[in-house]
Design a protein around this ligand. Sequence first.
Ligand code: CDP
Length: 223
Amino acid sequence: MNKKNVIAIDGPAGSGKSTVAKQVARNINWDYIDTGAMYRCLCLKALRRGVDIDSPDELVKILENTEMRMTFEDGQLRVYMDGEDVSEDIRDNRVSKKVSRVAALGPVRRHLVKKQREMGEKGKVVMDGRDIGTVVFPDARYKFYLDASLDIRAKRRYNELIERKNKKIDLKSVVKEIRKRDETDRGRADGPLKAAADAIYIDTSEYNVGEVVELLLEEIDEN
Ligand code: CDP
């Protein structure tokens, strides 16, 4: 089988996927696509408009009229929705709490998966998410599944939020939010969070970012 020139990196919240994926992409000079940001954009727009976030019809209507774009500026990923920089807003706690509900809906997933396939079509792309190796690009040349214990993932996310000067946050509520999101992501019928049978599974609990990046780069031949 002719495999697609895509590196799929999946895993639960706080497993370090996006940090690792960005660094791998930079290292081999491939594009990086954060698929979680797309679900987050949709959730943000629905919340702002007061749209029922459990209504697939309403959400698909929004998707059909939303432009999403990702670029790197000074080495930082910026996410634009309809021309507005929403990089910070999509990471807001309100969005984190609701995004998995939006992402569990079949019509929403079909719409975004189609977009993601188009974005990866030209190849040389590192894509991270929950279902990249299983659904979006089952024929990806490389597949990784990053994992870590719930406590460690929550601690990482907590530190990240503190760094972003989110002083209101407490560790207990981060543990709760991540556990709930994992349950919804693992339990949905359509594109559930799981490792593809042919993915390389890495428990990152004992590793720092640089070490995980090295582990991936050892497997990858970018040519
Ligand atoms: O960065 P973090 O791990 O917190 O999450 P994210 O990658 O930004 O994804 C946010 C949410 O979007 C996830 O909890 C999933 O519900 C959903 N998602 C998905 O369903 N499929 C993907 N390929 C990516 C994200």
